[in-house]
Design a protein around this ligand. Structure first.
Ligand code: ADP
Ligand code: MG
Length: 359
């Protein structure tokens, strides 16, 4: 079993036009690769994370540090999760997807992961049979919608000892190349955009979860599988910023429920006195249960603006990251050995027992 804390990295985007027009100034200073100081009206606050990426860090560098190591983990049979957290407009989708899935320089974490997974499979021992499955869902107002089957609008979450926590009935598409995977992703993005227009909602209010499962079977028949969650969370800004009132306020509360519970789960996990972790209080935390304090290697990418105009949100986003950094996970390899391999292990164990008996 591999213990380890949730890895937290932070990425700042440059000031945009609105921030500049509102008189925003750059309010962050980087001491080193791990440390940022944020200047606000309330003074200067220092935050330390596993890595800080400044406003000029290219997509490739964010990928190499924050995402690339997870590929080996997933190929070794661990579960992995990468999720992006931050206020709307802070750069979550830019980081996870990028402006285009196929751009050679600007593509984000997800297309780079897909490229590398298929390169890995191409170079692997040809006697190993790989399968790559993908699901794509969004959580909006506490309902899980299947982006690859838009008629499934409220999928349940279940748990079994063998499969862990899973979304029941979700579409799982088998893919065999980068291009095929991108096409499925684009299909999902399209159905997400259409649903948003129909519901008059912005995609920034829903969480998107892109789920890749990579299975391997060797010549002896033993199997290994790793599940990778790539999550672009809803904007973390407070409800008051959306100027919601009345029924929209109720809706806003439901929209934010998953994020509120995510914060509560993180607090409970990092408070040694708390025994109960409220995973079941929201769909997002239920689906990501294993990623938070469980069987997964998890990286959180905190996205922030560098502008004084959004300073308050930036500080609260960084505080969230600071707490998440304390979570400890217990990842293990998901594998089932073949009968032949089990027999060898049993024979070895018997030999060892016989040796021990001699003493
Ligand atoms: P979010 O998904 O968090 O709401 P986006 O990723 O859509 O935010 O980013 C908002 C805008 O800022 C986009 O136009 C995006 O291209 C730009 N942007 C985000 N991050 C960066 C960055 N690191 N460098 C340059 N532009 C960025
Ligand atoms: Mg976005």
């Amino acid at each position: 079993m591999a213990g380890g804390n949730v890895r937290v990295v932070c990425r700042f985007r440059p000031q945009n036009r609105v921030e500049k027009e509102c008189g925003g100034k750059i309010c962050v200073n980087f001491d080193d690769k791990n440390t940022v100081r944020v200047q606000s009206e309330h003074g200067t606050r220092k935050f330390v994370m596993d890595r800080m990426f400044n406003m000029t860090t290219p997509q490739g560098e964010v990928y190499s540090y924050a995402a690339k190591p997870v590929i080996k983990d997933v190929m070794d049979g661990y579960n992995g999760t990468i999720f992006a957290y931050g206020q709307t407009g802070a750069g979550k989708t830019h980081t996870m997807e990028g402006p285009s899935l196929r751009s050679s320089t600007d593509k984000g974490v997800i297309p780079r992961i897909i490229d590398e997974i298929f390169e890995y499979i191409e170079q692997a021992d040809p006697s190993i049979v790989f399968t790559v499955k993908l699901s794509y869902v969004e959580i909006y107002c506490e309902k899980i919608r299947d982006l690859l089957n838009p008629s499934s609008v409220n999928l349940p979450v279940r748990e079994s000892r063998r499969a862990g926590v899973y979304i029941e009935g979700v579409t799982e598409k088998y893919v065999s190349s980068q291009e095929e995977t991108f096409q499925v992703m684009e299909e999902g993005n399209l159905s997400r955009a259409t649903a948003c227009t129909r519901m008059n909602a912005a995609s920034s209010r829903s969480h998107s979860l892109f789920i890749l499962t990579i299975g391997q079977k060797n010549q002896e028949g033993s199997t290994k599988s790793g599940k990778l969650y790539l999550v672009d969370l809803a904007g973390s800004e407070k409800i008051s910023k959306t100027h919601a009132t009345g029924s929209t306020l109720d809706e806003a509360k439901t929209i934010n429920l998953s994020l509120t519970v995510l914060g509560q789960v993180i607090n409970a996990l990092t408070d040694r006195k708390k025994k109960h972790i409220p995973y079941r209080d929201s769909k997002l935390t239920r689906v990501l249960q294993e990623s938070l304090g469980g069987n997964a290697k998890t990286t959180l990418i905190i996205c922030c603006s560098c502008s004084s105009y959004n300073c308050e949100e930036t500080v609260s986003t960084l505080r969230f990251g600071e707490r998440a950094k304390q979570i400890k996970n217990k990842a293990k390899v998901n594998q089932e050995l073949s009968v032949a391999e089990l027999k060898v292990m049993l024979a070895d164990a018997k030999k060892e027992i016989a040796q021990l008996k001699k003493y």
